[in-house]
Design a binder for this molecule. Structure first.
Ligand code: CA
Length: 222
């Protein structure tokens, strides 16, 4: 999953970004409203953390513009403490959730997990696919109850496929959603990671759809 953080306070931006990367997300960052708007407009993020008080273009305007342009990406806004009007304006502008400052990082992480799973139609923080179970809260994967050790890139790839199970996901889509914009992107590496996941999870968990991409499907649907 790839996220965007738009926050002008450099320390806070760094803290949020570090926590999200630690949790296994690919993260891009912006420090003002214009840059944030541009990135959200041009890159396919899975969710966006958007501060309301931003230089050059305020967060509400950024959000309104995205929604006017038809962007449906889940957006979590950061509001000033005790500014109830921020929250009302934020929701009216198209926000999906908010966290007031100051906040505990755990709350941001939990709310983002909820937004991401709802956006892909899942209600539980544990995603299941046949024998594979992915606990998005703990970042843990088991197969038939046995813990499987994955690298952060393998986990990211599996988490994306688990969120979108039953649908064919192209390699381009995977590259766009697994790596941040500064990463040296190469769709061949996806093939390598799929190969490693198959070794760890079983050969038939991730299926190749020739010419189209990959699909993760439970055995009965395969
Ligand atoms: Ca701010």
């Amino acid at each position: 999953m790839r996220l965007l953080v738009v926050e002008d306070d450099p320390d806070l931006n760094r803290q949020i970004t570090a926590a999200l990367e630690e949790a296994g997300y690919a993260v891009d960052r912006a420090f003002d409203g214009e840059e944030g708007h541009f990135l959200g407009d041009t890159e396919p993020y899975d969710a966006i953390v958007l501060d309301i008080g931003l230089p050059k273009m305020d967060g509400i305007s950024v959000l309104e513009q995205w929604r006017r342009d038809g962007k449906t990406t889940p957006v979590l806004i950061l509001t000033a403490r005790d500014r109830w009007s921020d929250k009302v304006q934020g929701f009216d502008a198209g926000a999906d959730d908010y966290v007031p400052k100051p906040f505990h990082m755990e709350e941001i992480l939990a709310r983002l997990r909820a937004l991401l799973r709802r956006a892909s139609g899942h209600a539980s923080s544990e995603l299941l696919c046949g024998p594979v179970r992915l606990d998005t809260r703990a970042g843990r994967v088991t197969i038939d109850g046995r813990a499987v050790k994955l690298t952060s890139h393998e986990y990211r790839l599996l988490a994306y496929l688990m969120h979108h199970q039953g649908r064919v996901v192209s390699r381009t889509e995977l590259v766009e959603h697994l790596y941040d914009q500064d990463f040296d992107r190469d769709s061949n590496t996806i093939e390598v990671f799929v190969g490693r996941l198959r070794k760890k999870l079983g050969a038939d968990v991730i299926q190749t759809v020739r010419g189209l991409g990959y699909v993760l499907a439970p055995p009965e649907a395969a």
